[in-house]
Design a protein around this ligand. Structure first.
Ligand SMILES: [Zn+2]
Ligand SMILES: [Zn+2]
Length: 141
């Protein structure tokens, strides 16, 4: 992901976030692992390296990132929130077999939408669900 030539520390600062060590590490994880992790995935990936890290810290950090609009939340399932450091408009495909979430590129500016003219849109989410190519292959063999 492109931070416009900024380091993670500079990027956080530019977005009004005090770049603590934990916040930098968490954001680094998000841009290096664009697998749309949930809080638990992030925590489990980092706690060995950062013994002072707690799930609550990860949760609060994700909340802050979300408030500052440097991450987006993906709520394809009611029971699970996952995060994406890529805030550019794009869709998501969730594989119901392996649970992976893939980015789907699309030109939203070109989409024809009716009935929104007098509304103010704050977020747009576009989700697809189904079986990913890996899981389709597995079933065949
Ligand atoms: Zn799959
Ligand atoms: Zn995404």
């Amino acid at each position: 992901m492109d931070l416009g030539g900024l380091t993670v520390e500079e990027y956080l600062k530019e977005n009004g976030i005090k770049p603590s060590y934990q916040r930098i590490r968490i954001f680094e994880y998000l841009i290096k692992n664009q697998n749309h992790p949930n809080v638990d995935t992030i925590y489990r990936a980092l706690y060995k390296d950062i013994p002072t890290l707690s799930r609550t810290t990860v949760y609060n950090t994700m909340k802050l990132f979300r408030e500052k609009n440097i991450t987006q939340m993906i709520n394809i399932e009611d029971t699970e929130t996952r995060y994406d450091a890529d805030v550019s408009p794009h869709g998501h495909f969730k594989c119901t077999q392996c649970g992976n979430i893939f980015d789907v590129r699309m030109d939203v500016s070109d989409m024809e939408v009716e009935g929104l003219d007098s509304f103010r849109v704050e977020e747009t989410h576009l989700y697809f669900k189904g079986t990913c190519d890996d899981c389709i292959e597995e079933k065949k063999s």
